[in-house]
Design a protein around this ligand. Structure first.
Ligand code: AR6
Length: 174
């Protein structure tokens, strides 16, 4: 039913023109490597400035939670920064925390009337979450959210490597 509200794209999320992109951040909100570094480089200093303000207000962002800033110079209007769990063998609540990332990002998007949102494969880089397990959590959580909500209208999964492309193609039946 909501399959046509989910899209799959391979490439660099900083190039995607959309209402919001999601950043796989860390709880400091001060930037890092991977997709986080790419977003701050491409989006310019306005994003970091807002991250610092949020940090001053609430002291960073706990794992599984999300915060929103401008998209700065990006073709996206907003960046939603969420903090994925570090993979620790799977017995440290990782699946629930990863699902929280997707759900809380979608909720924040909805509050900002976001119609189209793009997600990277949160936690599957530096944080070491097995890609197959992470893809299952991502797709299931997004599908459930879309079944229960009208906004966002469209969700794009932006994959960066062949393995994730294959996994998402399988899960989305493409
Ligand atoms: N566009 C889309 N996906 C990307 C891009 C890009 N430009 N660059 C990397 N990826 P990671 P994490 C993919 O390591 O595992 C940072 O230092 C990448 O191939 O960026 O959640 C933060 O500050 C992988 O599939 O995020 C944190 O400290 C996915 O994005 C920590 O890394 C996530 O990989 C977060 O680790």
């Amino acid at each position: 039913m909501n399959q046509n509200r989910i899209n799959l794209l391979k490439g660099d999320i900083t190039k995607v023109t959309t209402d919001a992109i999601v950043n796989a951040a860390n709880s400091s909100l001060l930037g890092g490597g991977g997709v986080d570094g790419a977003i701050h480089r491409a989006g310019g200093p306005a994003i970091l400035e807002e991250c610092k303000q949020i940090r001053a207000r609430q002291g960073g962002c706990p794992t599984g939670e999300a915060v929103i800033t401008t998209g700065g110079d990006l073709p996206a209007q907003y960046v939603i920064h969420t903090v994925g769990p570090v993979w620790n063998g799977g017995h440290k609540n990782e699946p629930k925390l990863l699902a929280n990332c997707y759900r809380n990002s979608l909720l924040l998007a909805q509050q900002h009337k976001v119609k189209i949102i793009a997600f990277p494969n949160i936690s599957t880089g530096v944080y070491g979450y097995p890609k197959d397990k992470a893809a299952q959590v991502a797709v299931q959580t997004v599908q459930e959210f879309l079944q229960e909500n009208k906004l966002p209208e469209q969700v794009t999964f932006v994959v960066f490597d062949e393995e994730n492309l294959r996994l998402y193609e399988q899960l989305l039946g493409e």
